[in-house]
Ligand binder design. Structure first.
Ligand SMILES: [Zn+2]
Ligand SMILES: [Zn+2]
Length: 361
């Protein structure tokens, strides 16, 4: 639980109310240590406190609330997604449920659909992060926040699939049309960027350029299918990309979310090139864009939240690809640690640990 920004997380026993209408209780099997939680811990992003963090999890449905749809059963293995779907707003109806208006409600109220929470400690109200709050043994979530997980997909893989993997793989499969046989670059190959490399491989991109400041991550990117690696500490990232590709890359996935890397990424683009920005930053971060470069070379910058995915469809596709051996998601996983070591896990993340750390209650 995050009680104050800048402080370590606390480990406390709290009360979890039974699932309300349209809600389910899930026993957590695995939870990924994602950078986004860190933005809340440092105060880069605002949340109502105290709050149980963790938004990348998987588990087993243990109880159904009243008025659930019948889509889920007790004992069903599920992954948790941090974007709900009301099914009624313009975004949901138009087929882009990641922008469901309740996503904002979850983010600003830090409750569930009705704005209330199922977590408390006596009179103290405790908030939910993105409707998930999975650094816990159990959660109560909207049934629209869970996606079935097929047999054969391990809990750790299911957990990371619903955030890092869908964000990275989806950015390529959904965000970049016509990838096969064309160059692509991925700037920042942490958990999400490595998933984008896997997405580029499965989409048939060539060459695949991985850009980072960390040798271990670059080596891992190469072993996962990147054909070239560029060490950004050497400087001249755009010059190196142009030297390798001639005109620059027609598509680049920016998974860092810093103004300097965004500017460099834009310089790496070929004319008509597409930059898909998927790395979150602090709430006040801005990037300056050279206008003439944008206009005269017809460059495009788009934001890609949650891999521009339709989670229920795209996660099923990702699990299928994994089971078919086309997406080796297990190779994205680094250390496994008990939930009680959550603070040490974040220290390790900040120190640049290789691979996704997964917590198990
Ligand atoms: Zn995440
Ligand atoms: Zn909606």
């Amino acid at each position: 639980m995050l009680r104050a920004t800048g402080e370590p997380l606390t480990i406390e026993d709290v009360e979890l109310d039974p699932p309300g209408p349209g809600e389910v209780r899930v026993r957590i099997e695995a939870a990924g240590v994602c950078h986004s939680d860190l933005h809340y811990m440092t105060g880069d992003l605002a949340a109502r406190l105290p709050i149980v963090v963790g938004h990348e999890g998987s588990g087993i449905v243990e109880a159904l609330g009243p008025a659930t749809s019948g889509r889920l059963a007790v004992g069903q293995r599920v992954a948790l997604t941090w974007r709900p779907r009301c099914g009624e707003c313009d975004a949901c109806v138009s087929g882009n449920p990641v922008l469901c208006r309740y996503g904002r409600v979850f983010a600003t109220e830090n409750g569930l659909f009705d704005g209330t929470t199922r977590l408390h400690r006596g009179e103290e109200r405790i908030h939910h992060l993105m409707g998930v709050s999975c650094f816990a043994e159990q959660v109560v979530v909207s049934e629209t926040s869970v996606v079935p997980v097929p047999d054969g997909v391990p809990p750790e893989v299911a957990a990371i699939a619903a955030c890092a993997v869908v964000t990275g793989v989806g950015a390529v499969l959904n965000g970049v049309p016509g990838t096969a046989g064309r160059p692509i670059a991925v700037y920042g190959v942490g958990g999400v960027g490595l998933a984008a490399v896997l997405g580029a491989v499965v989409a048939g991109a060539h060459p695949i350029l991985a850009i980072d400041v960390d040798h271990g991550r670059l080596d891992l990117a190469r072993s996962l299918g990147a054909t070239h690696t560029i060490d950004a500490r050497d400087g001249g990232v755009a010059e190196q990309v142009l030297a390798l590709t001639g005109a620059g890359v027609p598509a680049l996935i920016e998974a860092v979310g810093r103004p300097a890397t965004m500017r460099e990424a834009l310089a790496c683009l070929a004319p008509e090139g597409l930059l898909v920005a998927i790395g979150l930053s602090s709430a006040d971060a801005v990037v300056e864009v050279p206008i003439n470069d944008l206009v005269q070379r017809q460059k495009r910058i788009v934001g890609g939240l949650y891999g521009l995915a339709n989670p229920r469809l795209d996660l099923a596709r990702i699990f299928d690809l994994h089971l078919a051996g086309r997406l080796p998601l297990d190779r994205l996983i680094g250390a496994r640690r008990p939930l009680a070591e959550v603070n040490e896990a974040y220290d390790s993340l900040k120190a640049g640990a290789l691979g996704r750390i997964v917590l198990t209650p």
